[in-house]
Design a protein around this ligand. Structure first.
Ligand code: SF4
Length: 253
């Protein structure tokens, strides 16, 4: 006991010479490889290419968007759309989804990975929405992440697309290109999210995550970036880039 006491006294003496740990201090984020002007120019070009970028998940309202995003975990958007067309025609509200029941939801989505678990979550989530939110999707991240099967990324997508909030839903494409380009480096999805929110100029924040996803999906691809087709090839500082000449900056369909 005495030993423990003297140990702790020594520890607190030792600790006294150190700076006290400040609580609530934000983690230091890695620096972007780009100046503010360069980041602004990158996003200006993305905005010229796709003035109104849209997500590729089909949906009818905030509820069906939430369900579609939940179903898209470890699945392609095209695969989810194939299954949800009939599902949403049968049920586009939490009430109708409960009426449909878990077995029929499972049948509709059986082509999607993890469909058993996802069907369960769709039903649970619909029940919670009815019981706790009057059948509406809450426009609030804390409330969204409490819903069954809903994580931070899903919540960010819904807040952005359904409620116009400037959130950054970091998926595999965004995580890769934020690090590959050195735009907003980070070891975790959360670090990249915070870093992107910090470096992207405010006017570009609303559509930022869509531009990055589409850039990652179609140009700065995982295996081999298609630098010849890249509109920011002259600005990019990635060691992996293979071309310095930017592609023509024209609006895409
Ligand atoms: S130049 Fe290449 S590596 Fe850089 S952002 Fe474009 S596609 Fe990606």
């Amino acid at each position: 006991m005495e030993k423990a006491k003297s140990k702790s006294a020594a520890a607190s003496k030792k600790g006294a010479s150190k700076k006290p740990k400040k609580r609530g201090i934000r983690k230091r984020l890695a620096r972007s490889a780009y100046s503010q002007d360069e980041v602004g120019e990158i996003f200006r070009r993305f905005s010229v290419q796709r003035p109104e970028p849209k997500g590729e998940l089909e949906h009818i309202n905030a509820y069906t968007l939430l369900v579609a995003v939940l179903l898209s975990a470890q699945a392609t958007d095209a695969g989810v759309n194939k299954a949800t067309r009939a599902l949403f025609a049968a049920a586009d509200t939490p009430q109708k989804m409960l009426g449909l029941g878990e077995d029929r939801v499972r049948e509709h989505i059986r082509t999607i990975g993890l469909y058993r678990n996802k069907a369960k979550n769709v039903i649970l989530l619909s029940r919670v929405l009815i019981e706790e939110h009057g059948g509406a999707v809450p426009a609030d991240r804390d409330a969204l992440v409490k819903l069954p099967g809903v994580g931070r990324k899903t919540a960010n997508v819904v807040l952005n697309m359904a409620f116009g909030q400037p959130t950054m839903a970091v998926d595999t494409h965004i995580f890769r290109i934020a690090n590959r380009m050195g735009l907003a480096p980070g070891k975790t999805v959360n670090d990249v999210e915070q870093n992107l929110l910090r470096v992207i100029p405010e006017p570009y924040l609303l559509h930022g995550h869509h531009w990055l996803i589409l850039h990652g999906r179609y140009v700065c691809k995982a295996r081999k970036p298609d630098c010849q087709a890249c509109v920011v090839a002259d600005i990019c500082k990635s060691k992996e880039k293979s071309c310095d000449i930017p592609a023509a900056l024209v609006p895409l369909d």
